[in-house]
Design a protein around this ligand. Sequence first.
Ligand code: CTP
Ligand code: CA
Length: 226
Amino acid sequence: ELLAPGKGAFAGKHIVITAGPTREAIDPVRYLSNHSSGKMGYALATQALRAGAQVTLVTGPTQLTPPKGAKLVAVESAEEMLAAVEEAVSADDIFIACAAVADYRLARVAEQKIKKQDGATQLELVRTPDILSTIAHRAKPPVCVGFAAETQDVARYAADKLKRKKLTLIAANDVSDKSIGFNSDDNAMTLFWHDADGELQRRDLGRAPKAQIADAILTQLHELQT
Ligand code: CTP
Ligand code: CA
């Protein structure tokens, strides 16, 4: 059974949440992106509002209706998302990075539509900034929560991201199971965090609707903070 945080658990708290995919332009009519629906991030925003938080939702392009009461900041690229988060989040806040940020962008965005040619072609890609890691490595970072979508060795990769990105909590899921995750209304996640002695702890949430998963993540976060 998954618990919800109490009504006022996050009263007076500002929570900044990233959601959805990013889009990296190739030319005026094309882009690189991924299958993220934004549902998990929007569910987190909705449940955080219910728990009394003030919520800023920094979102890539989605088909979803924004939760009433959240401050919405719409962005497209990873760089735009980083700039929006940099502006929104401060040391007293909580930052939850739920967006499926593109790891690469085009080295050069073509000003005109690229014309096809005979034979193969190549795109030159360069890395985008890691939004979560950038914020978590500030001199005075907010409390940072991340997600890890993996297709193999979920626990090992998630624990590695928890440590490397300096997070309080990470929610990991196995995206090799096509019936859950990305565009589904359900998810199955495992939470990882370090206890006061620095020992890695885990909690399996099992398969549940994304609203319940969001509640469980917020409940765990609240427990870690009190
Ligand atoms: N993240 C981010 N900015 C990026 C890439 C990832 O903020 N440029 C955040 C995601 O929102 C998520 C966490 O980092 O909370 C992990 O994202 P994931 O794609 O699983 O990990 P990466 O560090 O990008 O590593 P890889 O894709 O190689 O597994
Ligand atoms: Ca990635």
